[in-house]
Ligand binder design. Sequence first.
Ligand SMILES: [Zn+2]
Length: 516
Amino acid sequence: MEDVLKEIESLREEIRHHNYRYYVLDDPEISDAEYDRLFRRLLELEQQHPDLITPDSPTQRVGAEPQETFTEVKHRIPMLSLENSFHDQDIRDFDARIKRFLKDPTPFDYTVEPKIDGLAVELVYEKGALTVASTRGDGFVGENVTPNIKTILTVPLTLIEMGKRPIPDLLEVRGEVYMETEAFESLNRERINKNLPVFANPRNAAAGSLRQLNPRITARRPLNMFCYGVGEISGDSFDTHYELMVGLQEWGLRVNRPHIRVCGTIEEVIEYCHYLEEHREDFPFEIDGAVIKVNSLALQARLGHKARSPRWALAFKFKPTQETTRILRIDVQVGRTGALTPVAHLEPVEIGGVTVKRATLHNEDEINRKDIREGDTVIVQRAGDVIPEVVKSIPSKRTGQERRFVMPTHCPSCGTKVVKRGDEKISECPNRRCPGRVKEALKHFISKGAMNIEGLGDKIMAQLLDRGMVTEAADLYHLRYEDLIRLDKIEHKSATNLLNAIEGSKNTTLGKFILA
Ligand SMILES: [Zn+2]
């Protein structure tokens, strides 16, 4: 018995260590197979000796029974919200306010970190063991989600001591529970297949997954967590926010350390905020802004807080990527391969500084499964260089005037009967000479990514196609000056430039290949 207890304890110790290497440092020391062997051995021993199971054993993440309702948890120190800012000047004003308040010319540092779009939670560790986890709620009282939080593999059930600082008797750590973008997308695909409503964004998915009365559902959702601050902490000996983040990591908690930057001036802060916004697509999770904090904890204490937000922190919000608008009508576009793509024409809406009038609906199957209708109020997303897309409809906004979309049986461009491929999901115009297809193929051919032929605008191209002067890309190379000058809206200079551009493209690798 003594030996079994020893083996169990050493297995738990080992598994905790490898969890830390894997989840917190992202730097595993053993293979997944070896890890599985350790884990299975522990499970086996615990099954043989159920009296030796402790709630903090790494095997005890899942298994709690569904709750009837969420109980309330009062936060010892309120979880205040952050003041938002949208412009560079707001950040400079924030800096000026702090300096006025402190009445002290001594320079100080800021930290800037990505603001992850998730759900704020607080974890309470007593003598190193996770005892209570709660949502932010209204900032004063949250919901008890302890069994759910325990299913998140990156949340340690017990703290470890990897640095020189001893584990505090009481540690209230705060952070964001979120879902990575890829995991979110595959969860939504799964939900579409099961005819369940999709989540509008990873934040909704994370919140919906965490706030489950049945923790076994939460356990199946790929949630993750980053810690970014503390509530109450006993015997604390940190000087700066950055040091605190390092300290949390050394206790086995996951912090977004590579992306936390210490900045000496407010202009440096602004520069890093812009850097993060420009690179937001590179993160495997959604970030909707940057959080700016005064680095010195002594200064934070001096600054204190206003009614609902601390004076020492500011959230800089990035331009949004989603907006709500209405679908005016849906029509169908023929692609260069013949695939018919339904396109939503929208009431124009500004998303992140660009007016969006059209968004792709991908295919008929997707429209039906997401139940998107003409006239629907919808959420539209525009992220990076990707074509804007309709994320979901909002059925509660329907008036009864909405119309279901039906895929045409004949090509809208040439009238040829449409064929289906790929599990009937994609409709296609099989006519290789279809003007719609040829036009898209030409557009692709002359684009920057391919031949980079400038001077062939939509109007000229439409005439070339309508008059049958061009039926495929190679025809461009047979165009003569006499042909071009007969077209409407073309003059000597633009005709000559276009011919030169076409001639020049012959020398590119692709051009040589096509003309060979
Ligand atoms: Zn066609």
